[in-house]
Each structure stands twice: as C-alpha cells, then as structure tokens.
Ligand binder design. Sequence first.
Ligand SMILES: Cc1cc2nc3c(=O)[nH]c(=O)nc-3n(C[C@H](O)[C@H](O)[C@H](O)COP(=O)(O)OP(=O)(O)OC[C@H]3O[C@@H](n4cnc5c(N)ncnc54)[C@H](O)[C@@H]3O)c2cc1C
Length: 581
Amino acid sequence: MNVTAFHDVVLVGGGGAGLRAAIAIAETNPRLSIAVVSKVYPMRSHTVSAEGGSAGVVRPDDSLDEHAYDTISGGDWLCDQDAVEAFVKEAPEELLRLEHWGCPWSREPDGRIAVRAFGGMRKMRTWFAADKTGFHMLHTLFQTSLKYTRVVRYDEWFAASLLVDDGRVQGVVALELMSGKIEAITAKAVILCTGGCGRVFPFTTNANIKNGDGMALAYRAGAPLKDMEFVQYHPTGLPFTGILITEACRSEGGYLLNKDGYRYLQDYGLGKPEAKPVLRSMELGPRDRLSQAFVKEHEKGRTIETPYGPVVHLDLRHLGEQLINTKLPFVRELCLKYQNIDPVTELIPVRPVAHYMMGGVHTDIHGATPLLGLYAAGEAACVSINGANRLGSNSLPELLVFGARAGRAAAAYASSAAEPRSAVLAQAEDERRRMQRDLLHKIDGRERLAPLRDELHQSMEQSAGIYRSGNSLAQAAVKLRELQDRFRHVALQDHSRTFNTELMAALELSFMLDVGEAIVESALRREESRGAHQRTDFPARDDQRFLAHSLVYRNADGSCRVEYRPVTITRWPPGERVYGR
Ligand SMILES: Cc1cc2nc3c(=O)[nH]c(=O)nc-3n(C[C@H](O)[C@H](O)[C@H](O)COP(=O)(O)OP(=O)(O)OC[C@H]3O[C@@H](n4cnc5c(N)ncnc54)[C@H](O)[C@@H]3O)c2cc1C
C-alpha cells in the first residue's frame, strides 16, 4: 500500500480543539510536521455553530474558585477537581490569547470585555461575540493555523481506523472522499479531536457530522470510553429541526412559559420569578434540571402539543427589538427562517433536544489516553471537567485549554518517540481490503443503512433519553447487539469511488452503533440518578457506590465491559446542588 505521507503528529479533526492543538504543537516544536485530517473543510466543523459564549473569569467580583465550584456542583460532583482547577485558571488566558489572534469579543461601551450570565454560573463570566461566538473563535483559530507551514491539511479525508502496533498508535487509515483512495497516514502520535456524537439520537442540535467517530476509533483500538451515560439535553431546541435557540436568550432575560403562560420553573426548586439579578433567575438553572422540569410539566399536561411533539414557549418579547437585534441577531434570523416566527412579537416554541456528550475518550489532564501515542481533546474526550452535567459555555474554553494541553503533550512525546514501524503498512493494507470487500464491493447483503439507523435512533431515544429505567436500557442493550449483527449484512447501493457519501454514512453508522452501545451499557450499570443521568428506578444520587467514573472497554468478541475509577476530589467534598438563592 502507498503511504500518503508520514507526519510527526496526526490530528483527526479540524474544529476548535483540533486547530488549537495544531497551533500548540507548532509552537512547542516548530520542526514537527503536523497533519490535520478532517472529513469536512475545517470551517464547517460544529464549533462554527456555537452561539452563546465561552466562560472565563475576567471581572474583579469573580474568582477562579467560584468558577471551579459552579462547574463541580453543576457536574453533580463527578468532575475531576484537579482538571477543573487547571481549566478555570487557563480558560481566561486562552480567551485573551484568542483576542490577540484577532477574535472580536463583544465589549462594554467603556472598552472592557463584555460578559453575560449563563446557566448554573453564579457570576457573569461568559465572553461572547454577539451570538456567533463559535464562528468567530473557529475563524480566529483557522487563520492563525495558516501561519504555520508545518501544518498540512487533509480536507475531506475520513479517518476510518487507527494503526496500532507494538502497543502504540502510529497513524490512521483514511479515505479521501474526492477520489475514493484509501491510504495510510503514519505518525508517531495521533490526537483525536472529532467532536461529539449527538447524531446517535434522532432529535439533536448536532450537525450531521457528529457521529462519535473518534470515540469509536479509540474504543476499537483498545482505549476506554469514560462516563458515556451522561448525555446533555439542551432545554430549548426548535421543534422538528432541533436547531438550538441559545441559552443566551435566557441570560438576556427570556422566560420559559407553559401552555397557561406560567413561568413553570418556579415549581421545580430553581428559584422565584421575582429573582434579581438575571444570574439568580430560575431560567438560568442548569440544563439537566431544566430538561427534567420539561418532562414533569408534560406529565402534568401543561405543555403544548404540536405535530413535532410537545413544546413550551420561550418568551423574548419583553426584551425589545433593539436588544434582540444587537445581542441575539442570529436567534431572530433562525426563528424567521426556520420557524417563520419573529421573536420580537411572537413566542418561540421549544423542547429539549440532545445536545452534548459529557463522556468521551478517557484522557488524563494532558489529553493522553492509556494507549501510548494516542491523545484526545474537545468534545470527543472526557478529561473530565464536565462530570455528570456540563455548564453551558464551558465547552468552548475546554477546547482551547485541553486542545493546547494535548498538543503540547503530543509534541513532547513525538519529539523523542520512535518512527512508525513498517508492520503498520501491512495493517493498513488489510484495512483497505476489508473496507472494499465488506462495504464498497459487497453486493449480496440483505440490510440497508436507513432502517438500521432508524432502529438505533428509536432505541436510544426510548432508553437513554432524559429519564431512563433498567428495563428500557436492558431492552436497548439487546437491540443494539442485534443491530451490530445485522450491520455485517449491509450492502451499499453506490459502488463508485468519487464522493461516495453512502460509504461514509456506513462507516459513521458502524461508529454510532459502538457509541450507542457504550452509552446504553454504562447507563444500565449506573444504578443511581446524577446530573443528566436520571433513573426512574434509582431516583437518588448514591455517592457510596457511584461517586466514580465509568470506563467502557471493548472485549475481543465486540461486547462491552464496564469498570469504574475514583473521582479526583481536591477541595470541594460532595454536597447538595442548590440553585436560585
Ligand atoms: C448548536 C450548538 C451550539 C453550541 N453553543 C455552545 C456555546 O455557546 N458555548 C459552548 O461552550 N459550547 C457550545 N456548544 C458545544 C461546543 O460548540 C462543542 O462541544 C465544540 O464546538 C466541539 O468542538 P470540537 O473541536 O471538539 O469538535 P467539532 O467542532 O465538532 O469538530 C470535529 C472535527 O472532527 C472532524 N471529524 C470527525 N470525524 C472524523 C473522521 N472520521 N475523519 C476525519 N475527521 C473527522 C470533523 O471534520 C471536524 O473538523 C454548542 C454546540 C452546538 C451543537
């Protein structure tokens, strides 16, 4: 097999985490050659769609300890506190660095960086660039990465597997979408920055490309996935499309109303309607609690039925046209274009929607996985700073802090690691043949992709949604095993090489089946309720048994094994989560 190229470090993913890591590698050791492999052009990565903002302590009335505490209590004490301490310290430094690279943060009239309130954050510390924060951050990282000539981009290349030999990761096998060629890109280290996996659920804010690819790549190569049972539902997605209506609407003072026009969150221990300032408002409770309140409200018959499921209303009318146009212009645009309503004068229908993955590839505080030469950062990774429930606006700074950390660690490792061995080329050749035999050229399979994907979606929604039970999870576990079996009999209808999107969809579906299984198996074993994981059969948090991270490993026969490891507690012993006071 031809080797397309050898690099010192291969980054899989050109989103926020991937580009930040690329810059960190180039700055750590300018001699290293860096490949950025991305299945879409980097500026189309999901980071571009982040709206609300990026948290980092910047005001004198705030402190790193308060940001750490909000993150830890928001995560229901499942966060590793050493990681959180590093995170809150480095987040403002990273945001400032981005400013120096050209990120146009919104400002106060006196020139200071503007900050807004965000859910579960008790101080104003969320930096923003209007409501297009992710666009501006990604643009800044992209243009900065162009300065480094040692960064080589493989745009529209799809990483299909990792090359592992002699106990260390030594590159990837990747498919060039334009030509259909399948080649080895070898390296001394690989960093997975492939983002989340919202697409394992049918109703999600996540772009079509978020299929958990990197999680499955690591899992198949022998690295464990951590805390996969924790899936975040965002309380305000547009019905039907799942398009996100940012939390910034509520931090600017928006209300959530049930079918009677009542601010129902006051019934769920999240505060009182008259609470001031907006930081204390019940609408700015954490996402897990708000999504759970929606389900309860629905059970009481107080939501509004629509052809696309039950909804409540987000009310921005009292904010006025001027504020909406300056602080939330994208929200107005989305509502007009996709829902045909104007939030200046009309209520926005919203419902909870699968949004973010707290779990991911298990890494240490430097982004290293237990597999030598393999690193991960961003939403694909689990460090973990998010615990059982991420606070809104902590993900964007996480990409920067841990993207940079993973980049530096991989650069240090690659600076002295051995060259890839020739054995990996034979492995890559096997993988190429397997992809051609089992997928591209197979004509006699009886299964099609779409029904398998629909059944996966149905199973995940019914078992691993906002509320879960042992029975539904056990049924889903059996169903997912069946889908894994049936996937072996898939036949594609498109056998061409150029931009074969069906082949890509097949690879993505096989990744999603692995990720779906990891979610269901770890949710089944966690017999407690914590953060975003709510078991109707075990409604209480159980620190005795489950103040621990789950680690899912893949067995040789393809089934899962779940183990646990302790949570790192430094200064904040487990306590009660209190909001609205
Ligand atoms: C609509 C929306 C709004 C959000 N708003 C906010 C917010 O305001 N604040 C906040 O903190 N967080 C927000 N988040 C969360 C945050 O944006 C994401 O967690 C974060 O951007 C993920 O970045 P990433 O770099 O890890 O991955 P991504 O930006 O998703 O990039 C993944 C990259 O991996 C590549 N890739 C994936 N699989 C493969 C493969 N097999 N081969 C090759 N390449 C591959 C893709 O091409 C892409 O370049 C939001 C999320 C969404 C969906």
